[in-house]
Design a binder for this molecule. Structure first.
Ligand SMILES: [Zn+2]
Length: 228
């Protein structure tokens, strides 16, 4: 049976996602969560239906000219040839999974294109991270944590969004499985770790570096740089 997703974005965040006011990197984490979460798929469809009917009411007075301009702009878009379409389909199929630590992970559709262009994997103990080419406001990366591995206790200088893509992580506040979205702010301190028998792949979106609470001072800076 599929893992039941327990940790969802709040209603305000979903509304901002649907109306397009979120920054691209945060929207990416939301889009990937929604890909995995039937509950939030329904909610965001409802929100966008509401938004749509509001927009229709606001636009009722606009002239037909606007529509014909828009239609001709759409019609003028170049059509993809059959060859291009099948090339697109092939590259989509090739992008659906990534291999880390000899394990293949299938990625949500929203992440596939970016993940295909991920940076080099950097490893530290049982943890590996690869930067994704996202916007400049946030640090966006894939984070792989081998089984039985702990990320040192840390707090956050900004927003930390972690979407579990596969496997499980546990911290002081709960246990998170595929599709669960953890949102941590500077008020939260936690020590995420994997279970003894299962590794984990996450999407991580950070607006500022992590701040490590324990360990030797000389280790803190390299750790901060590793995660950001
Ligand atoms: Zn959800």
């Amino acid at each position: 049976m599929a893992h039941a997703i327990k940790f969802h974005p709040g209603m305000t965040l979903l509304e901002q996602f649907v109306d397009g006011s979120l920054s691209g990197d945060v929207a990416l984490a939301l889009a990937a969560h929604i890909d995995l979460c039937p509950h939030c798929q329904r909610l965001s469809q409802d929100i966008s239906a509401d938004l749509g009917s509001q927009l229709v009411q606001q636009n009722v007075k606009k002239t037909n000219d606007d529509w014909s301009t828009m239609l001709s702009a759409i019609v003028e878009q170049p059509q993809l040839s059959k060859a291009e379409l099948s090339a697109n389909q092939r590259s989509q199929a090739a992008q659906q999974s990534i291999v880390v630590n000899q394990r293949e992970f299938i990625l949500p559709r929203a992440l596939q294109r970016l993940a295909a262009n991920h940076g080099k994997w950097l490893t530290l103990g049982g943890i590996a991270t690869a930067k994704l080419p996202a916007g400049s406001e946030h640090h966006v990366s894939l984070l792989y944590i081998n089984k039985d591995t702990e990320v040192p206790q840390h707090t956050h200088l900004g927003l930390e969004m972690t979407l579990v893509l596969a496997g499980k992580i546990v911290d002081e506040n709960g246990e998170y499985g595929a599709g669960d979205l953890l949102i941590n702010s500077p008020d939260d301190t936690h020590t995420p770790r994997t279970l003894a028998d299962e590794d984990c792949l996450c999407l991580s979106v950070l607006s500022a570096p992590l701040q490590f609470k324990k360990g030797l001072t000389r280790l803190l800076n390299p750790l901060q740089q590793f995660f950001y």
